[in-house]
Write a new protein. Structure first.
Lengths: 201, 201
DNA sequence: TCTAATTTCGAAGATTCGTTCGGTTTTTCG
DNA sequence: CGAAAAACCGAACGAATCTTCGAAATTAGA
């Protein structure tokens, strides 16, 4: 997973990874604003303060950045989602927790999320894109299972559960396109609103 | 609006416009599959059967295609939406008609719609992108006004009307990413499902 | 302090891409 | 038919791109 020349000295690993993560975050911002293919490496060198050679010390190539952005977005979200569904809480409560964590994550990592949703074709032409797809599918399955348990115990009602899942995915994935930091609604309020819309059928 | 060399003979205008529209549709398919920046003009010449020079008989440049795709998508949809809200029907009925027409349009023009939603940054760096933005805003305002009228006469209830509008936009805009021609649900069923989700708060 | 590891530099190279333009073929219609 | 318009061709150009590589500068740790 790490780039071409990760340091062998253990003490330097942390600094290296932190710097790499900075580079990835800078790339996420640029890619979200201008698009992946339209962002040149020279724009990235300018934004990071590194020269071309220095940049390639932390990444394998431009492709690598796309996968890194998705990984940094999906891995912690998926971990949190697994924590929540491991709980004994009833399905409705689990769903509220899931959507709250999800929306908060999406808002906090707007740039990563915008790259993830807007650059689908660019991601799909990378070598390691199946890993990203697997993580996305895993998260969607966790959601679906919670909806299914809620439907089974009668605490949720859906005209078509699959459509409700897709609607929820659409809502949340669209959120980073309109949220503004310090906007009228907090992430928690947005999440609560989405839950009410989906659950009150 | 037309490309560099539109025919002066009136009888040929129709054929010219039809061929141009074919080119735009072919471009929409390629852009939707591979992304705008990642699609080369030589791929487009191969897909259209035209050579480079012949292609530029119908378009001003690669940029032009992006705007043309959005225009062909939004113009008829906006016209239909204006027809619907000019009706005397109650807000709930108007909303159902709007969403039905919208979803049907989005499914019928999946490729155009995928380009419109996925290539936002590419569109925004074009000269004529404000026209596209205005059409999108106009459609969203029509939707918002219908929701507002429904809320005013008590036929609809929203915890937060703005959030319900954004949720609806998210659902429908996400639809082309998962619909398959001949899938389990018809566009009409999808639209009805979305309306139920949004209205039953 | 000294050395080996790490970080950074930046010009050069190879490739790809969008567009142009002079000319040719096909079609229209008087 | 025949002349003007329309449609089309495809090689070539200039610009922009990502990545490489050898060397220099900096830093860590003994």
């Amino acid at each position: 997973m790490p780039a071409p020349a990760p340091p062998t000295r253990p003490a330097l690993r942390a600094r290296y990874e932190a710097r790499r993560s900075e580079v990835v975050a800078t790339a996420a911002k640029l890619f979200a604003e201008r698009g992946y293919d339209a962002t040149s490496m020279s724009e990235l060198t300018e934004a990071t303060g590194l020269a071309a050679g220095g940049l390639y010390h932390y990444i394998e190539g431009k492709d690598d950045l796309l996968i890194a952005i998705c990984d940094e977005l999906l891995e912690p979200l998926l971990a949190r989602a697994r924590e929540i569904v491991a709980t004994e809480a009833p399905p409705v409560e689990q769903l509220r927790e899931l959507v709250a964590a999800w929306v908060a994550h999406v808002v906090a990592h707007r740039h990563h999320m915008l790259v993830f949703t807007q650059e689908r074709q660019a991601i799909e032409r990378q070598r390691r894109w199946r890993h990203v797809r697997a993580q996305r599918k895993a998260f969607e399955q966790i959601l679906d299972e919670v909806l299914a348990r809620g439907e089974a115990d009668g605490s949720m009602t859906f005209a078509d559960r699959r459509l409700s899942l897709l609607a929820l995915l659409g809502m949340v994935n669209y959120t980073p396109q309109w949220v503004r930091p310090g906007g009228r609604l907090s992430p928690a309020e947005i999440a609560a609103g989405y839950c009410e819309i989906v659950l009150s059928s």
